[in-house]
Design a protein around this ligand. Structure first.
Ligand SMILES: Nc1nc2c(ncn2[C@@H]2O[C@H](COP(=O)(O)OP(=O)(O)O)[C@@H](O)[C@H]2O)c(=O)[nH]1
Ligand SMILES: Nc1ncnc2c1ncn2[C@@H]1O[C@H](COP(=O)(O)OP(=O)(O)O)[C@@H](O)[C@H]1O
Length: 219
């Protein structure tokens, strides 16, 4: 699916699709923002959703907020790489920006649920790296949902009651990070991305690079 760009060391490689999933409130938005701020060469995939905008969210930055009719049109027009229904709302990944970023050699970060992760894996297994974020405890999860102060008590109750179901998919992920402390969890997620970027099979330019080195040694 990707053509490739250059890694920070100048060797060409395929872009990767870096997926963070977790039960609501475990910290994937926080960790995603830090990754985008601190990791060059990584772009956020902005999902389309039919859910109402939360206070502080910006259309086009946090999500593309669309109505049900527009979402339906995106599904029918094959404009979405994957989509799913979560908490009675629909969420999907617009295909074009992801393909453009990967072709330009950028990695793409996805904050999507397990249903979307399964769909990406079916489409591009070798290019998907998935991380599941767990909260340290149920009470921490509840505290975080309240501290975010963006959802009503009823919505928070719904999110808590779905958490166990969402967590049941943890074993489908490549890596598991427990978010006790934001800085530590960030360092772990960052290490995963750094190591995955160095994987031999994504580094399409290595054959040429090593040939060049051998040529220098012989010449
Ligand atoms: N499959 C899929 N899931 C998405 C997408 N965008 C967001 N989600 C997931 O939908 C769920 C609800 O997201 P949201 O309403 O923002 O609440 P959050 O859990 O507090 O981030 C989360 O599990 C997100 O990862 C998408 O494009 N596709
Ligand atoms: N390690 C942590 N310790 C304490 N609070 C955290 C931690 N990680 C995230 N939070 C807070 O918990 C709330 C939910 O985090 P958020 O990133 O929005 O979760 P998600 O995107 O998974 O729903 C936010 O208020 C965030 O600031």
């Amino acid at each position: 699916m990707t053509t490739g760009g250059h890694g920070t060391d100048g060797v060409e490689r395929r872009g990767l699709m870096f997926v963070l999933s977790s039960p609501s409130g475990a910290g994937k938005t926080t960790l995603s923002r830090l990754l985008i701020e601190r990791m060059p060469g990584l772009r956020m995939s902005v999902s389309a959703t039919t859910r109402p905008m939360r206070p502080g969210e910006v259309d086009g930055r946090d999500y593309l907020f669309v109505d049900k009719a527009r979402f339906e049109q995106m599904v029918k027009g094959d404009e979405l790489l994957e989509w799913a229904t979560v908490f009675d709302n629909r969420y999907g990944t617009p295909r074009a920006p992801v393909e453009a970023a990967l072709s330009a050699g950028q990695d793409v970060l996805f904050d999507i649920d397990w249903q979307g992760t399964q769909q990406l894996r079916e489409k591009a297994r070798a290019d998907v790296v998935s991380v599941f974020i767990l909260p340290p405890s149920a009470s921490d999860l509840e505290k975080r949902l309240h501290s975010r102060a963006q959802d009503s008590d009823e919505v928070i109750r719904k999110r808590m009651s779905r958490a166990s179901h969402e967590m049941s998919h943890w074993a489908e992920y490549d890596y598991i990070v427990i978010n006790h402390d934001v800085d530590e969890a960030f360092a772990e997620v960052q290490s995963i991305l750094k190591a995955e970027r160095l994987k031999r099979e994504r580094r399409t330019g290595l054959v040429g690079f090593v040939r060049g080195l051998q040529g220098q040694l012989q010449g």
